[in-house]
Design a protein around this ligand. Structure first.
Ligand code: FMN
Length: 177
């Protein structure tokens, strides 16, 4: 029997009550049942990237992060902006993927959801271009003023944002299929 396709989600915020993590949870409702949707919760366990640790046997958390991404047919990254850039925890995770190339040519959707967010949005796409990831047009979305558009459970009331999120996920799914 053929196994389900896998979409892995990464959050640039690791705090408990994170609106980014809530956004990723609510995005799950746009993903068809034939996909396994896995929100990775181990970013904070990854050690600081150090090329000297990235040898034959990298740290266990790094191994399992890479193995999960190897299984992924597509990836969704949702992040806030921190001090005009990509939050360190997410950037650190991406640095671990340089040598192992687990995202090489994989379809990735990028959502930056923040007060402003323009700088992180741009920087993240530059970071991903270094990993040769497939972030095509229609798979990037900047949601500025996010807090005022989002409910307590992470859903967006703004119709334009909801439609953009649905379009972005459809685009990702089409690319995976
Ligand atoms: C240390 C720190 C730096 C921040 N820097 C920025 C920034 O440069 N630009 C911006 O738009 N928002 C900035 N913010 C606001 C966050 O992006 C915003 O609160 C976001 O919703 C947090 O996401 P979360 O709820 O998923 O943790 C910053 C927040 C923190 C804690």
């Amino acid at each position: 029997m053929e196994s389900n396709k896998v979409i892995v989600a990464l959050s640039g915020s690791i705090r408990d009550n994170s609106s980014t993590q809530k956004s990723l949870k609510s995005l799950g409702s746009y993903i068809p049942n034939e996909f396994d949707y896995i929100i990775y919760d181990g970013l904070q366990k990854l050690p600081h990237f150090n090329p000297e640790l990235d040898g034959e046997t990298p740290p266990l958390e790094v191994q399992s992060f890479r193995a999960l991404l190897d299984k992924a047919d597509g990836v969704v990254i949702c992040t806030p902006e921190y001090i005009k850039g990509v939050p360190g925890v997410l950037k650190n995770a991406l640095e671990w993927l340089v040598s192992s190339a687990n995202l090489y040519t994989k379809p990735v959707a990028v959502i930056t959801s923040s007060g402003g967010g323009e700088n992180a949005h741009q920087a993240l796409q530059l970071n991903l271009s270094m990993l040769n990831v497939d972030v095509s047009e229609g798979r990037t979305l900047l949601i500025s003023g996010a807090n005022s558009k989002q409910s307590e459970n992470g859903e967006f009331a703004n119709h334009e944002v909801v439609q953009s999120l649905k379009d972005l996920i459809s685009n990702l799914i089409e690319q995976i299929k």
